[in-house]
Ligand binder design. Structure first.
Ligand SMILES: [Fe+2]
Length: 296
């Protein structure tokens, strides 16, 4: 459908539980305000947007991302120790130069997660731009956490109302122990932020299930066994493929997702293949639950 107020923007939903293509936009050009607002509204409606066939450089990616808010600095510098002209760009890659990785996350599978949920303030969203992609593998899955909450069985919903979850910060989304962290043996002792399990999206006012990541998660106040049992049930529900859509990458794809109402994961790929993406993320606030929000 054409979006009101924007002449050349067309939004084509994937047909899955989330995601849409935005066509007719060259992101290297500054979008006029009406077009930008239409893109933002489409993002809130579809949670994940894909813009194919882009020809972005780092300044272009950052300029577009900044329309949505202030950007975070790259969280981890895994690359060579050189001066970084774009500290808000994170290189995601398995490529090595001179035996050293130029980016993060390697070729491994990344499990379902929401970015940086272990921080007090969590990013609003992230943008990922494909520069080199393998012929197969490395697909990114996204899942709709509004839908996960809306379809949650009543007894599970009752069990999480008013509850908070701790989000372990000791490991990255590929499960690797971060530098400077100890291995966690008791989730109750894990380092990381505590957030409500049902969170309210500040723009849409809708509620979403907010699980963050499974490993070492802990529902505050419950005996450990009860917390584990409840988390297992919540994750079994949230991992339903009916909530998901998978992005098969092409060079020139820019995908942006809303961290406040989605999770994502990545398939592993052949370590001999090259995959290079540039990512940036929009700064956010502390997640909250608003009792006056739209009932889920
Ligand atoms: Fe991620």
């Amino acid at each position: 459908m054409d979006v009101a107020g924007a002449k050349r923007v067309t939004v084509i939903p994937t047909g899955a539980a989330l995601g849409a293509d935005v066509v007719g936009v060259d992101l290297l050009q500054r979008l006029d305000e009406a077009t930008f607002k239409a893109v933002e509204a489409a993002w809130h409606e579809h949670l994940v947007l894909r813009f194919r066939g882009q020809r972005l450089d780092d300044p272009g990616l950052l300029a577009f991302a900044r329309r949505f808010g202030e950007l975070d600095k790259a969280p981890v510098h895994a690359g060579p120790e050189v001066e970084d002209p774009y500290p808000e760009i994170t290189v995601m890659s398995n490529i090595k130069v001179g035996g050293r990785p130029i980016g993060n996350l390697g070729h491994y599978e990344a499990e379902w997660h929401t970015d940086m949920s272990y921080n007090e303030k969590c990013p609003i969203g992230s943008l990922l731009y494909a520069l080199e992609v393998p012929l197969e593998g490395g697909d990114t899955g996204f899942s709709n956490m509004y839908a996960a909450l809306e379809t949650l069985p009543a007894e599970l919903k009752r069990a999480i109302i008013g509850k908070q979850c701790k989000h372990d910060s000791s490991r990255n989304s590929a499960g690797e122990l971060r530098k400077g962290f100890q291995d966690v043996t008791d989730p109750r002792e894990a380092p990381g932020a505590v957030h409500p399990i049902i969170r309210t999206h500040p723009a849409t006012r809708r509620n979403a299930l907010f699980l963050g990541r499974r490993r070492n998660a802990y529902i505050v106040g419950l005996p450990l066994k009860e917390s584990e049992d409840l988390l297992n049930k919540l994750w079994a529900h949230a991992s339903n493929p009916g909530f998901a859509w998978y992005q098969k990458w092409k060079v020139g794809d820019l995908v942006m997702w809303d961290n406040r109402c989605t999770m994502h994961r990545r398939d592993a790929f052949d370590p001999a293949a090259r995959r290079l993406m540039h990512r940036t993320q929009i700064k956010g606030d502390k997640p909250y639950f608003d009792p006056a929000s739209v009932a889920a």
